[in-house]
Design a protein around this ligand. Structure first.
Ligand code: XMP
Length: 320
């Protein structure tokens, strides 16, 4: 049973020292590898691993084709400033091939998991000679997976899967006793800039979790464009998390005086402390109108914009 370290109990200096020692002891004089997405969890793990292993940690950014606009170069540049070299690996084709034809949420997650850990990472790890993968699983990921709510893409041992056997490498998870608030505190103590440790959470399955139905390159591009608008406008709210979701159902609309059987974007904006429960932010009608106006202006094919007002539970934060 994993023991939670609450925000109040967390002493960042002790925590960092303990985790750095654990990583050093586990890896010995070998090498480790980690995938950085630029999210809070993987960024904190990158800094811990870098502190523990220096150049014996290889950090890669897997460009899976389902990340947000400009993300690969932003993450690479930012970490370069922090002294961490990030290798960008283009695996777009592999991910879209694996996602082809799949509509079911859990099957989508499974396709991403297998492509990531078995195909892409399996290959990179083999080529690099690393025997360890460092990753930023947090306690909430494990809770929800074990409870059978959502299969988080990065949880194995708690589901009885041995990564050594399944993929050929060991996984180290230094953040597994923390929740998001604790991870942010550690990130700040590690010297990460606030644009990283204060960043809104973004799920491992990336924009494919924001597309209901099949995640084709075209549909991902639609939700990517909507995400640019939503993140720009809702940044000011300082809400816990906000997102655009592309629906599968189409609705009749009018564009340029003609009938347009168009697409729908749902917006969610959440107040939450640790993602276990959440409530919608009371956005002003002016902001809602601005969101609708700019999404319809900037995202081709969209004729309807809605705002979700349900709480978690019974909703979850992501739609898929
Ligand atoms: P849900 O949708 O389960 O989300 O209420 C709770 C928090 O977890 C994030 N999330 C994920 N993070 N892998 C991750 O690393 C995943 O598969 C995943 N699914 C959801 C979500 O964005 C929210 O902050």
């Amino acid at each position: 049973m994993l023991k939670e370290i609450t925000l109040r109990e967390l002493e960042t200096a002790d925590f960092i020292k303990e985790k750095v020692d654990e990583i050093r002891n586990a890896v010995g004089d070998g090498i480790a590898i980690n995938a950085l997405s630029g999210g809070v969890d993987s960024s904190v793990v990158t800094m811990l691993g870098h502190k523990a292993l220096g150049p014996r940690l290889t950090t890669v950014f897997i460009d899976n084709g389902i990340m947000r606009a400009g993300e690969a170069s932003q993450v690479k540049d930012l970490f370069q400033k922090l002294g961490v070299e990030v290798k960008v690996i283009n695996a777009q084709k592999e991910f879209f091939t694996a996602l082809g034809g799949i509509k079911d949420p859990e099957q989508k997650r499974e396709a991403i998991t297998q492509t990531f850990y078995r195909n892409v990472f399996g290959r990179i790890v083999k080529e690099s000679g690393a025997r360890f993968l460092l990753q930023g699983t947090i306690l909430t990921d494990i809770d929800e997976t074990v409870a059978g709510i959502k299969r988080q893409h990065n949880v194995f041992e708690q589901l009885g899967i041995d990564p050594q056997e399944a993929f050929g490498y060991r996984i180290l998870e230094p953040l597994v006793q923390l929740r998001k608030d604790g991870v942010r505190k550690v990130g700040k103590a590690l010297g990460l800039p606030s644009e990283i440790f204060g960043r809104i959470p973004f799920p491992g399955p990336a924009l494919s979790a924001r597309v209901i139905g099949e995640a084709t390159p075209e549909r991902i591009e639609t939700v990517r464009k909507a995400t640019v608008v939503v993140e720009r406008i809702l940044k000011e709210t300082r809400a816990f998390q906000y997102m655009g979701i592309l629906h599968e159902d189409r609705v009749t609309g009018i564009r340029d005086g003609k009938r347009d059987f168009g697409q729908q974007i749902e917006i969610r904006c959440w107040e939450s402390v640790d993602a276990r429960t959440a409530a919608p932010t009371r956005l002003s009608f002016e902001i809602l109108e601005q969101l609708a106006r700019e999404i319809i202006r900037d995202v081709p094919g969209v004729v309807s914009v809605t705002y979700n007002i349900a709480t978690k539970p019974p909703s979850t934060i992501e739609a898929v």
